[in-house]
Design a binder for this molecule. Sequence first.
Ligand SMILES: [Cu+2]
Length: 149
Amino acid sequence: MYPLRTQIVAALSCALCAISVNAADIQIKMTDSSPTEGKLAFEPSFVKANVNDTIVFSPANPGHNSRSLLAPSGAQPWKSSFDKEFRVKLEKEGIYLYVCDAHKDMGMVGVVQVGKAINLEEAKKIATEESATMVMNKNRFAKALDQVQ
Ligand SMILES: [Cu+2]
C-alpha cells in the first residue's frame, strides 16, 4: 500500500489530466435503419460533446456521408467522402448541424452540442427552414435540438 499522501497526489493529478487531456472519441453511425432513430439516420442524432472531442462518423451501410450545415463562428466546416469513416475534432463551443448529402431531403440530419449552446437561436432558425424542405423525418432536427442543455 502506498502512503496516504502519495495516493492523494495521484488522485489529484489524475483528476487534472481528465479535465485537460482526456478528449474523447464519440462515434456516430451513418445507417440505413436505426433501432433508436428510424430509417436513414445518424445514430445517435444528438450528441453532447466537450471542446476538443472528436466525432467519428462511421458507415454502417453504403451511400452516406456527413457535411456540416452550421458550425459556430470560427469553427471549420466539414464535408466527408461517401462510405468512408470520417473524424472531425470540434474545437469551438456551440451547436453544429450536419446532414448526409444524399439524404438531407429524407431528414438524415443530426446535431452536436459542444460545451455551451451559444448559437442555439441561429441553429433553431436554420433547422426550421431546412426541415420544411424534407419529405420524411421532418421532426429530426427539432427532436435533437430539444435535447440541447
Ligand atoms: Cu445518407
